[in-house]
Design a protein around this ligand. Structure first.
Ligand SMILES: [Fe+2]
Length: 579
């Protein structure tokens, strides 16, 4: 790579996940030479200062051309080394269950910033795999999308006592480069078998203060002349990085009358909000939802309910309609059309009962209220009945391009999700055999969905297909989180009842739309353009029934062409945005 610009795939992967896996940066000879140097010296750190020819290899890696290109893009020009290279997991206390990172509370000296195509990830680990690391080998673990978490990491996840299905151990080949944002939740787990060599360099943005090791000035005060006699609280705000009194930084406090220097270095950073133990929200669920864009709630349906629901689907098999093949040109997910049985709420009694029971169930209401606020509504229930060989549904939606009526926003401890779709599992969804799939973290990405991720032909390790049990309920950010389905490869037919909810804030269609219904005689004899803006709210998905006004040569006319509706429509491929 001798270019300055990363590809959209690379930008998307780092932005969504908080890390980027670059395969095959070093060739076999380069890897062998590094391993040989490590064998000969027999130490796990200090490489840049080793004697003789050995250090050259490690100094070359410090500014490896391909790495420099990536760091210029990810950290920003002027990046620098913060912690000297060493083999990961060889220091006392470095290996364990504990994870570090996450973005709440935010640490601006390690955080991820992204805006208008530019990015400044304040800290990045460049991890060079010098040996293959296979699945289950242990070592480095990460939590996808955690560099953008708005919610504090649950204590059990930090401590490693509950992985919540989130902890991933990347598979690496010798010569690969793994770039990892410091704010991504990460850890080093015990190796299963021999430890593997992960040579790690810590880089930081040019101005940020991170590890700030003691320098020659660490024992020296650095104050202007007048401050030498100043009281401690005044000295405290005159400290200079690298000199005495700067690490840890002094903590000032006040009662409004006087100011003092705290003995503890614990950060003081007040908020007007406090955590509400009576919110009725399960904090692990809240974290999971904000992190991933979906949530699985276990065991909502009991055996009896499941039996009734399955019995109803069995009974009306003749109403199942096989729809289009939906893989969107995918090679890996191609198959037959998707079988659906819709109108479940309208089935004759008693067969509608198990489905009507779903739409306002306490487990649903409780969560929809915190996911997007009250006032939501649904239209109906459909059961997805994919059979062995049914195609996948190419992934669609996501935060880019933005769609305010369908997107996700987080502010002041609240989730604002405008569309939530719920799938009730009537049968087990096995791992690796197809079904609902999504890109955790895509509800916050600023980059457009790469074609290979859309088709799942090149999923870049970003796509998950959650395993579920019959009776589990899946919630996902329809519109916000990139989602779809993988081809069904289970001999047992899929049974997922899909129910969509829309917030009270926008209208998909229906209701009072017609100008005459809204305004009566007021719209009489209006021009087409005037009439067009007198309509009621309607979203206009794929039917293109909403008139748009176009100005050309100072003349206003009406168009039904959606082209140009969205600022980033030029990036959108046909079928990428489901409507
Ligand atoms: Fe969808």
């Amino acid at each position: 790579m001798d270019r300055e610009a990363m590809s959209n795939e690379e930008n998307y992967a780092f932005d969504v996940a908080g890390y980027l896996h670059v395969a095959g940066v070093l060739n076999r000879e380069e890897v062998d030479a590094l391993n040989q140097a490590l064998d000969e010296v027999g130490e796990n750190e200090g490489m840049l200062g080793w004697e003789g020819p050995h250090r050259k290899l490690f100094r070359d890696l410090l500014v490896h051309p391909q790495l420099v290109c990536y760091l210029n893009q990810i950290v920003g020009h002027g990046f620098r080394l913060d912690i000297a290279p060493r083999l990961l997991g060889h220091r006392d206390g470095e290996i364990g269950a504990t994870l570090v990172g996450g973005d709440e509370p935010r640490n601006p000296s390690r955080a991820y910033f992204q805006q208008n195509g530019r990015r400044s990830c304040q800290g990045v680990k460049a991890i060079w795999a010098l040996e293959d690391v296979a699945e289950g080998d242990g070592g480095l673990v990460v939590v996808q999308a955690s560099h953008k978490s708005n919610v504090q990491t649950p204590g059990d996840l930090v401590a490693g006592s509950d992985e919540m299905g989130l902890v991933k151990q990347p598979r690496l080949s010798a010569g690969d480069l793994f770039l990892l944002a410091e704010s991504t939740l990460q850890g080093v787990r015990p190796w299963n078998g021999d430890s593997k060599r992960l040579l790690t360099y810590w880089y930081a943005s040019r101005a940020v203060i991170q590890s700030n090791p003691p320098g020659p000035g660490a024992q020296t005060e650095s104050f202007p002349g007048w401050a030498k006699e100043a009281p401690p609280e005044q000295k405290a705000v005159m400290h200079r990085p690298g000199f005495k009194g700067s690490n840890p930084t002094p903590v000032l406090n006040t009662d409004g009358e006087k100011t003092w220097v705290e003995e503890s270095s614990d950060v003081i950073h007040p908020s007007i909000y406090i955590r509400d133990p009576n919110s009725g929200i399960d904090e692990k669920e809240f974290y999971f939802w904000d992190l991933n864009g979906y949530l699985v709630v276990d065991g909502v349906m009991d055996e009896e309910w499941l039996a009734r629901a399955n019995e109803a689907v069995d009974k009306f098999q003749d109403r199942v309609e096989v729809g289009r093949e939906l893989s969107g040109g995918s090679v890996s997910q191609a198959g037959t059309g998707r079988p659906l049985l819709s109108g479940l709420l309208d089935l004759p009694a008693p067969y509608n009962a198990p489905f009507r029971r779903m739409i306002a169930h306490p487990a649903v209401v409780e969560r929809l209220n915190w996911m997007g606020g009250s006032g939501y509504r649904t239209g109906g229930a459909t059961v997805f009945c994919a059979a062995f060989g049914t195609s996948g549904h190419s992934l669609h939606d996501g935060n880019e391009p933005m769609s305010p009526s369908r997107g996700y926003y987080f502010k002041n401890g609240r989730s604002y999700c405008e569309t939530v779709t719920i799938t009730w599992q009537l049968r087990d969804v096995e791992p690796g055999l197809g079904g609902f799939a999504c890109v955790p973290g895509s509800h916050k990405t600023q980059y457009s969905l790469p074609p290979g991720v859309r088709t799942c032909d090149e999923p870049m390790g970003l796509v998950v297909q959650p395993a579920m049990k019959a009776g589990d309920v899946l919630f996902f950010m329809d519109g916000g989180c990139t989602h779809g389905a993988l081809a069904w490869k289970n001999p047992v037919t899929r049974r997922g009842v899909l129910i969509k909810y829309q917030s009270k804030n926008s209208n998909w269609g229906g209701g009072v739309i017609d100008p005459q219904q809204r305004w009566g005689d007021m719209v009489e004899d209006m021009t087409e353009a005037q009439f067009a803006v007198m309509r009621g709210p309607e979203r206009d998905g794929r039917h293109r029934t909403v008139p748009r006004l176009v100005v050309q040569d100072g003349q206003v006319s009406v168009s039904y062409n959606p082209e140009g509706d969205r600022y980033s429509a030029k990036y959108r491929k046909p079928g990428e945005k489901s409507e």
